[in-house]
Ligand binder design. Structure first.
Ligand code: FES
Length: 566
């Protein structure tokens, strides 16, 4: 092993390298490692287990399996904690802390002596943060995905977080089920370790990670509690030793313009989460690669939806695994992919996809000749209301609402929304567009508040969907005609912040348009009297407010993006 590898890598600065090495070995030996083991290549295991992260509760067992693989291949495994982001446990929103976790990962991988790293994550923001950080360090890395929950039957019906969570909550708000029943259901929606069991953000990012080539093939969809998940962990540990010994491929060789485009196509083909667009833009941005939303529309027009999973379709994530996994989807779209992309194992994507799959369940993974939808699940909209774009998950929306002009009912903030949405005197009809302002990245950390609840009085009257427009995000597990990520956001001076109740807005999915039908002089008058919120006085909130970019750039911090692809 060369001098700059293993525990000799990146010595602590004492002004005397020999002393630094001696001191490090002294303390390393205090942990009971043998001298022999301390001379091996070191594999860091970035792990994000936390008591506040239900999705990662099986990580201790997973990490043990990674260590087993590293040891079996002749390496020294050393795990280290990262920030953990449990989706439902963070205020105001996990999204606000994704960049903090990415900084943690980047700095700790760089600062600690590891030759390669296994990135272990799963819950929504964790995989993006791990990939963002690792891409910036560019040390050899392999991602190990935590895997999804199982969808278990309850009273004759299979339930899985969290599309079903939302469906039942809408029923409760509409008065069709009672408080006792919703309390009972709450205990049966998420019953195993792992990430949400539908094609939400976590599952979409798992697919993105495999499509980019950053995981072992065939591992994106293995359920969290399946024995194959542990075998994938062991194999990832083994691979990491090879990466440590050979020095690559490094993330910069795997995450390229072409592999990013592959991942974008996969998001569309699986009916993936809108959030994945933001995360992929952030990961790509760490390599100086941009994803213009106009390109999304072009690719969306050419890419059919092939996977029949909730919230777009009928099935759950474990069904996709049993149906052939992401490999079945990729094999169905080889003519649309850049097959010469290098993956973390050193194979090209073409080599990965050459062995045929023994079995594919066409109920879950459709063939190209019988897709779920002929075009991609996501579409970008532009216009006077969204000069830099907005996003709609058309595969989970109601096409009857796609071509409309309607009156805006505006909520100026999340607080205003929660105060007035169920007010019996709210002036709203099912044909209106609900508009939420100041819920974008700078305004509120970009929470998943874009799925505005249907006003209670309309929900009780049976209204299930309305056009909703905001600068917020939406959970990948949600559905409805929800226009998200309006950019620039209201808090950055975007026209969204200038909409008033009673204004008219025109939506045309066919024309990819979102226009505010108010004349320019009136817009200028409103702009002149609008005051933007000042940044928080101190701390991470201030850093976030001052440096977060808009959704099309991935909401990364401006100073962490690479200026251009090297
Ligand atoms: Fe972790 Fe849904 S809450 S993936």
């Amino acid at each position: 092993m060369s001098k700059a590898q293993g525990l000799d890598r990146g010595l602590t600065d004492y002004g005397d390298p020999d002393f630094s090495r001696y001191l490090r070995r002294t303390f390393a030996q205090s942990m009971g490692y043998s001298r022999e083991l301390l001379s091996k290549p070191t594999v860091g295991i970035a792990q994000s287990a936390s008591g506040f992260n239900n999705c990662h509760r099986h990580f201790p067992e997973l990490i043990e399996a990674v260590k087993r693989g590293v040891l079996a291949a002749g390496g020294l495994p050393i795990d280290f904690p990262t920030i953990s982001l449990g989706e439902a446990f963070l205020q105001p929103t996990s999204m606000m802390f994704r960049n903090l976790m990415a900084m943690d990962v980047e700095e700790m991988v760089r600062a600690q002596p590891m030759d390669a790293v296994v990135l272990v994550g799963g819950c929504d923001k964790t995989l993006p943060a791990l990939l963002m950080g690792a891409t910036s360090v560019d040390r050899p890395a392999v991602a190990l995905i935590g895997g999804s929950m199982l969808a278990m039957p309850f009273e004759g019906e299979r339930l899985g977080a969290c599309t079903d969570c939302r469906r039942f909550w809408a029923e409760f708000r509409g008065g069709r089920i009672g408080r006792e029943q919703i309390g009972e259901i709450e205990a049966h929606l998420a019953v195993t370790a792992g990430t949400c069991a539908v094609m939400g953000t976590a599952s979409t990012m798992a697919a993105v990670t495999e499509a980019l080539g950053m995981t072992l093939p065939g591992t994106a969809t293995i359920p969290a509690v399946h024995a194959d998940r542990l075998r994938a962990a062991e194999a990832s540990g083994r691979l990491a030793v090879t990466l440590a010994e050979t020095g690559g491929p490094r993330p910069s060789q795997v995450i390229t313009e072409k592999s990013v485009e592959n991942a974008l196509r996969v998001i569309l083909a699986i009916g993936g989460s809108t959030n994945a667009l933001v995360h992929l833009a952030a990961i790509a941005g760490r390599r100086g690669i941009r994803i213009p939303l106009e390109r999304l529309n072009r690719i969306s027009d050419e890419t059919p939806v092939l996977v029949d999973l909730k919230p777009t379709g009928r099935h759950y994530l474990p069904d996709l695994f049993a149906a052939g996994g992401l490999g079945a989807v990729l094999r169905e779209m080889t003519d649309l992919l850049h097959l010469d992309c290098l993956t973390v194992t050193g194979e090209t994507l073409a080599e990965r996809l050459t062995p045929p799959l023994a079995y594919v369940d066409r109920e879950v993974v459709r063939s190209r000749s019988a897709p779920i939808q002929a075009d991609g699940g996501l579409v970008a909209l532009f216009g006077t209301l969204a000069p830099d774009g907005a996003v709609l998950k058309r595969s989970a929306a109601n096409p009857d609402l796609f071509e409309r002009e309607a009156r805006a009912v505006v909520f100026t903030s999340l607080e205003d929304l929660s105060r007035r949405i169920d007010d019996p005197d709210l002036d709203v009809t099912p044909d209106d567009f609900l508009v939420l302002q100041n819920a974008g990245p700078r305004g509120a950390g970009m929470p998943e508040a874009g799925y505005l609840p249907i006003p209670a009085k309309l929900a009780r009257a049976g209204v299930k969907d309305m056009v909703r427009i905001s600068d917020a995000r939406m959970s990948g597990t949600a559905y409805g005609t929800v226009v998200l990520h309006v950019s620039p956001e209201a808090a950055a001076g975007g026209p969204l912040g200038l909409v008033r109740s009673g204004d008219h807005i025109r939506l045309s999915v066919k024309e990819r348009k979102l226009d505010l039908l108010v004349d320019a002089a009136e817009i200028a008058r409103r702009r002149a009297e609008t005051k933007l919120k000042p940044p928080p006085a101190r701390g991470y909130g201030r850093l976030h407010h001052e440096h977060v970019t808009q959704a099309p750039e991935g909401c990364d911090f401006d100073f962490l993006q690479a200026s251009s692809a090297p």
